[in-house]
Design a protein around this ligand. Structure first.
Ligand SMILES: Nc1ncnc2c1ncn2[C@@H]1O[C@H](COP(=O)(O)OP(=O)(O)OP(=O)(O)O)[C@@H](O)[C@H]1O
Ligand SMILES: Nc1ncnc2c1ncn2[C@@H]1O[C@H](COP(=O)(O)OP(=O)(O)OP(=O)(O)O)[C@@H](O)[C@H]1O
Ligand SMILES: [Mg+2]
Ligand SMILES: [Mg+2]
Lengths: 256, 256
């Protein structure tokens, strides 16, 4: 059965999509079968992998609101074992329409069950919010990976996020665990980044991934070509970092 | 009567709060009377100005859901003519509770009317979303200022944002105009930043502020001291940039 990981942090611009796309791609490069579920109406993970958000193949909106099976909307990417369940701004409507649905928090979990055996990993990219779409992602997930930019506002939001996760564990998804906190957009010369990183490591201990993702211009360039970093520039510091993260994640789960 | 400007972009981490806090502070330093309304449940604008999010004075949640007048929750800051209508995570509840309210998009506009004559400017910091809280902000506003990080994902979201603004102009707020697009987190040595900036300037013409906000570490440090940049380090590049933006905005509105 697939391990389902939600990439979540309500703080905006901390590297959720960059992590979902590049972790997914590195896992696929390591022969793992991966489904990337784009639960953000911005659809950045969809376009970051070169998939057309508005083509006729349907999107996650159809799955959540029109009961379409996920299998019907899944798209291929340049990596044969990396598939995407795409999104676009229609998904904004799903948040409103789900509000009155029966077991509204479990809709995504219900849909993912049908494809779980087809994949080794299912990565869910979340929007910068703790609304119903993200609650669906956290209810469907086995674990949550928290990308954290090492800055003050991002650190400030961490308490609220961990409170929400605990609430979801208690009421909606008892199996949900913290996969880890990933330090992102890190500049070692920046004193603030150093201080926040030290704070987080003190507070979360071994729950913080050893791999730290540095600020690397190539990571910002790759999405404009619709490619994950390993297909855009494998020698880039950003590519090396996400490959390191993937090795660390696989090792934690006993996979060579 | 106050000019009401919403600072909005559904893309996360593009400098909305940093712009709201520092533009507000620079306007106050220029003897303008300013109210900063924090319409983001993260409450970053609240803490960025050193206001306690959880003290007993009430928050925007009470205004939107319990019909409290804004005047009752307004807080002072270190700048005598800069006030804050604070927020905290209770505001997440307001988004759900407002869904079934009568004229749910006009609640904030209705509340702001009572204090408009007390201020020259009302700046509304928005969450990274186009949900009901942001729709309330855009319905209450005279103009929208769009901070735009010069990167691919941020550029991708611009179309959706302008579509939403046009929809709000047509159905909810005919007086809403674009105050301008502000390029933020700009690094002149970064080719991607240069390309995106050129794209935006070609597309939006004189709607793009001449002032460009550079990436400046001091802007990231200031919030951890609860101070706007002009009180933290007035000589920093970031302080000079926001002072330049303020001069440009005042000049556009014929104020010396
Ligand atoms: N390590 C990095 N180095 C340089 N640029 C990065 C890095 N990680 C992300 N970026 C860039 O920073 C911006 C924010 O990252 P990203 O969009 O992945 O964050 P996010 O948390 O998904 O944002 P949102 O909250 O809007 O969903 C993007 O333009 C991205 O290309
Ligand atoms: N010009 C700048 N130079 C350096 N750091 C900046 C600059 N502008 C913003 N920052 C920092 O970048 C991060 C993102 O900025 P900010 O939080 O203001 O964006 P936002 O759009 O309000 O985010 P959200 O979408 O979460 O509301 C913050 O840590 C902030 O301190
Ligand atoms: Mg994202
Ligand atoms: Mg903000």
């Amino acid at each position: 059965m697939a391990r389902i990981i939600a990439i979540s942090n309500q703080k905006g611009g901390v590297g959720k999509t960059t992590t979902a796309v590049n972790l997914g791609a590195c896992l696929a490069a390591a022969e793992q079968r991966v489904l990337l579920v784009d639960m953000d109406p911005q659809g950045n993970a969809t376009s970051g992998l070169g998939v057309d958000k508005h083509s006729d193949g349907g999107s996650l909106y159809d799955v959540l609101v029109h009961d379409e099976p996920i299998r019907n909307i899944v798209r291929q990417t340049e990596l044969s074992t990396l598939h995407v369940a795409p999104s676009n701004t229609d998904l904004v409507g799903a948040e409103v329409e789900l509000t009155s649905a029966l077991a509204r928090e479990h809709v995504l979990a219900d849909k993912i069950e049908a494809v779980e055996s087809d994949y080794d990993w299912i990565i869910i990219d979340c929007a910068p919010s703790l609304g119903l779409l993200t609650v669906n992602a956290l209810t469907a997930a086995d674990a949550v990976l928290i990308p954290l930019q090492t800055e003050y506002y991002a650190l400030e939001g961490l308490g609220e996020l961990t409170r929400t996760i605990r609430l979801i564990q208690r009421r909606l998804n008892p199996r949900l665990v913290l996969e880890g906190v990933l330090l992102t957009l890190y500049d070692g010369r920046n004193r603030l980044n150093q201080q926040v990183a030290a704070d987080v490591q003190r507070h979360f201990g071994d729950k913080v991934f050893e791999t730290i993702i540095p600020r690397n211009v190539r990571l910002g360039e790759a999405p404009s070509f619709g490619k994950p970093i390993i297909l855009y520039d494998i020698d880039a510091k950003g590519a090396q970092a996400y490959m390191g993260l993937t090795r660390e994640l696989l090792a934690r789960h006993g996979i060579q």
